[in-house]
Design a protein around this ligand. Sequence first.
Ligand code: SF4
Ligand code: SF4
Length: 144
Amino acid sequence: MCWDVPSSEGFLIEAHMKLRPVDFASDGIFMAGLAHYPKPLDESIAQAKASVARAMTILSKEGILVGGVVAEVNPDMCAVCLTCVRSCPYNAPRIGDEGHAVIDPAECRGCGACVAECPGKAISLKHFTDEQIIAKTDALFQAV
Ligand code: SF4
Ligand code: SF4
């Protein structure tokens, strides 16, 4: 779920209640306080300290590596229909000045939603291209 989509009660939602309790689904954004849910002051302070600690894991690095499974647009096949812009839960695709959709690899989480939705088949997911998946299924069902 995208970080800016609130719960049905209007509160912000963490990425995972147990595993990423102060993270939003989008990397590098953290939460603390009553926007999460009504809570005592000491719990808000503890959450704020946790958010600072999480932020420091990023700020203390000189560079950050992103995952290799990211979506890529073929500009020649893009019809600028905005389907990928609307379907991405992480708001990664945008229409660039070049006149076609572009996806920032640092923002893409590799979920594949835009790849499935693109009506022009202009988007491919690195390491999960149609050719690679077909080759894998062919190998899986090949007679021994
Ligand atoms: S969904 Fe496909 S055709 Fe539409 S804007 Fe995105 S990349 Fe272009
Ligand atoms: S693969 Fe998922 S996260 Fe990446 S741009 Fe497409 S919809 Fe967004």
